[in-house]
Design a protein around this ligand. Structure first.
Ligand code: CU
Length: 119
């Protein structure tokens, strides 16, 4: 009986993993001097999207998103080593930009593309 329950548990996890394939509703973005990794992230319009930000650099960084994507406030700045998670529902499908809002960082290369697919 215990074994059957364990097997059922494994199957459940497998089915959930397969069902989750193709659903890009979360992403982790690493900020450093002077790049944002990855430089491209995908999400689905109308579905909750969890974005984890990690400052992998030695100076303060942040991440800015076009207001057409979301009105949710993002952290003003992350100290080196700091991590933050925000969840929001992308408003519309399209191709948008994310960048570091600390003066000079965007021009130095801290930019990326957020692709929001229609649901
Ligand atoms: Cu920066």
């Amino acid at each position: 009986m215990t074994r059957n329950l364990a097997l059922a548990g494994v199957l459940f996890v497998l089915v959930m993993a397969i069902a989750g394939c193709g659903q890009r509703n979360s992403a982790t973005v690493k900020l450093s001097e002077f790049e944002i990794k990855p430089s491209g992230v995908s999400a689905v319009a109308g579905k909750p999207f969890t974005l984890t930000l990690i400052n992998d650099g030695r100076v303060r960084h942040n991440l800015r998103l076009e207001s057409t994507v979301t009105d949710i406030p993002l952290p003003v700045a992350l100290a080196p080593g700091e991590k933050a998670t925000v969840t929001f529902i992308p408003k519309t499908a399209g191709t948008f930009t994310y960048w570091c809002g600390i003066p000079g960082h965007e021009r130095a290369g801290m930019v990326g593309t957020l692709t929001i697919e229609a649901s």
